[in-house]
Design a protein around this ligand. Structure first.
Ligand code: FES
Length: 154
């Protein structure tokens, strides 16, 4: 069941959109902000609230890769794997991250601290390689200096 706070936040978006369905991404983001991810049960509750089918909403969630449909770690690292970052050292960065965290792409560290995911172009191609940790954008990431980047995310 959605919490009163989640409901209040979702309903406060309604006046900004032409219809309830248009709020679907914001609604999932609100639930994710509170719970870390969007479970099947949450998806059903949101769909009901917005007058959508669960399949329709799940389709949007699948398309929009910033909605997590599985539990994630406390911090989510998303590494850009599009062309400029690829050319500028994506593979080395990915390898360093996997080594330091001891996980593969798509996995979460055993202590629940980090989840490592790929993402398409972050719009910062001139400062590749790029990655995000939660809401923070990290540019020109030097794989040798990853410890300094990661240490502030506990
Ligand atoms: S290709 Fe990575 S930010 Fe654009």
């Amino acid at each position: 069941m959605l919490s009163p706070e989640e409901l209040r936040e979702i309903e406060s978006e309604f006046p900004h959109y032409p219809n309830k369905q248009a709020v679907c991404i914001d609604a999932m983001k609100i639930v994710q902000k509170h719970r870390g991810w969007v479970s099947d049960e949450n998806l059903k509750d949101i769909a009901e609230l917005l007058g959508m089918s669960v399949d329709e909403l799940d389709g949007v969630a699948t398309f929009y890769n910033l909605i997590f449909r599985k539990p994630v770690g406390r911090h989510v690292i998303m590494v850009c794997d599009s062309v400029s970052c690829w050319v500028m050292g994506y593979e080395r960065l990915r390898k360093e991250l996997k080594n330091r965290l001891g996980i593969q792409m798509g996995e979460t560290t055993a202590d629940g601290r980090f989840t490592l995911l790929p993402i398409v172009c972050l719009g910062a191609c001139d400062r590749a390689p790029a990655m995000t940790v939660d809401e923070d954008l990290h540019l020109n990431v030097d794989p040798q200096k990853l410890d300094g980047v990661l240490e502030k995310y506990k």
